[in-house]
Design a protein around this ligand. Structure first.
Ligand code: NDP
Length: 385
């Protein structure tokens, strides 16, 4: 019998939903690169229901208990005496979502002698100390592609809402006003702008594809160059580095994993090389940008806008400066947790657990760390040490 410790975000403030805005979610065939959707042996939830919160339990309880395992679910994950810390020594498996990450630091891993699998119900395993996981032989896995398109849609929404000054204009309506000039004095068309992505992986490429019909000039930088046909099809300009790219862009979107090479990439110096009045959209990880440098760049006008859904730490404290800085379109970390995405990552979580408990290999594309080394997607996108 194994103990599975699942850290999930709180239920809605007015209770777990009894009904939903829509009936179900569209069923997809495959992901855009041909990867198949998760293939668990069965599913014990209705697609489109809230699975990522405590009462949703990622739809895992009947499956796990039916197999004789124990499922512990909590949202209490931070501070010295959190329930997560109290339960961790018993856990064989820890599951959490990047939206409400259970930070598995080296210290916490040291307090979890039974831990064998750290599973991210979503994408991005930077909340796990990968070096400590490697040293301890813990497998780290995530549900690759489950919410990449969800995030790409959020990025496109945020780019348009920033450039067109949507949120302040909506606010005028809510406040009963009608001053057109208040709304349009910061409103532009995206058409004709230079838009660049730092990284053109699953999310970055999906953003490029979605923006191409807007008649913008598309730029990208990545560790590996995209195929020439794709560059031609989307009319992409490749740059060797973010440093090379950002001076040429009106809008920059960040879609790279957080690792030593990207941590604090957008510091005061890099922001200073951007065009005055550029927009920066970051749905990747907060620590890729310098928190205070963003606040200062918005105050000085170097940045015309900043939007994203990633913060550090998460949840962000009530006095986090990004809540109140000007010209921001921040949301909590929600882009990858739409009900559509939850269905996919709950399925993927179950698929990974079925492989793990059944002693069959976890799909290579889900692996970040395995057998004491970076593996699968992790070997491609992360760096150890
Ligand atoms: P992918 O692994 O598909 O793509 C990541 C890309 O980043 C790869 O192309 C990789 O390069 C590239 N890359 C890595 N390091 C650098 C670097 N230093 N400079 C430029 N490019 C770099 O991941 P996804 O697109 O699915 O996700 C990207 C990130 O988005 C995740 O790591 C996660 O942090 C974040 N995310 C956020 C979510 C949210 O809810 N806000 C949800 C899902 C993900 P290459 O492959 O060429 O080596």
């Amino acid at each position: 019998m194994a103990t599975v410790l699942c850290v999930l975000y709180d239920d809605p403030t007015d209770g777990y939903p009894k009904e939903y805005a829509r009936d179900g979610v569209p069923a997809l065939g495959r992901y855009p690169d041909g990867q198949t959707l998760p293939t668990p042996s069965a599913t014990d939830f209705a697609p489109g229901t809230l699975l990522g919160s405590v009462s949703g339990e990622l739809g895992l309880r009947s499956y796990l208990e039916g197999q004789g395992h124990r499922l512990l679910v909590t949202s209490d994950k931070d501070g010295e005496d959190s329930e997560f810390d109290r339960l961790l020594p018993e856990a064989d498996v820890v599951i959490s979502q990047p939206f409400w990450p259970a930070y598995l630091t080296a210290e916490r891993i040291a307090k979890a002698p039974n831990l064998k699998l750290a599973l991210t119900a979503g994408i991005g395993s930077d909340h796990v100390d990968l070096d400590a996981a490697i040293a301890r032989g813990i497998t780290v896995a995530e549900v690759t592609f489950c919410n990449s398109i969800s995030v790409a849609e959020h990025v496109v929404m945020m780019i348009l809402s920033q450039v067109r000054n949507y949120l302040p204009s909506h606010d005028v309506v809510r406040r009963g006003g009608w001053n057109i000039a208040d709304c349009v004095a910061r409103s532009y068309d995206l058409e004709g702008m230079d838009v660049g992505t730092v990284a053109a992986g699953r999310i970055g490429l999906a953003v490029l594809r979605r923006l191409a019909p807007f008649d913008v000039h598309l730029h990208y930088t990545d560790q590996h160059r995209l195929p020439a046909e794709l560059e031609q099809e989307l009319n992409l300009t490749f740059h060797e580095s973010a440093q090379d790219m950002v001076p040429h862009c009106d809008v920059v979107t960040v879609n790279a994993p957080l690792h030593p090479q990207t941590r604090n990439l957008f510091d005061e110096n890099l922001l200073a090389t951007m065009r005055r009045g550029a927009y920066l959209i970051n749905t990747a990880r907060a620590l890729i940008v310098d928190q205070q440098a963003v606040v200062d760049a918005l105050a000085s006008g170097q940045l015309a806008g900043y939007a994203g859904d990633v913060w550090y730490p998460q949840p962000a404290p009530a006095d986090h400066p990004w809540r109140t800085m000007p010209h921001q379109g921040m949301t909590p970390h929600i882009s990858g947790s739409s009900l559509s995405a939850q269905t996919r990552y709950a399925d993927g979580t179950r698929e990974i657990l079925e492989s793990f408990f059944g002693g069959t290999p976890i799909r290579d594309e889900y692996l970040i760390v395995d057998g004491g080394a970076l593996a699968g997607t992790g070997a491609h996108s992360y760096t150890a040490g």
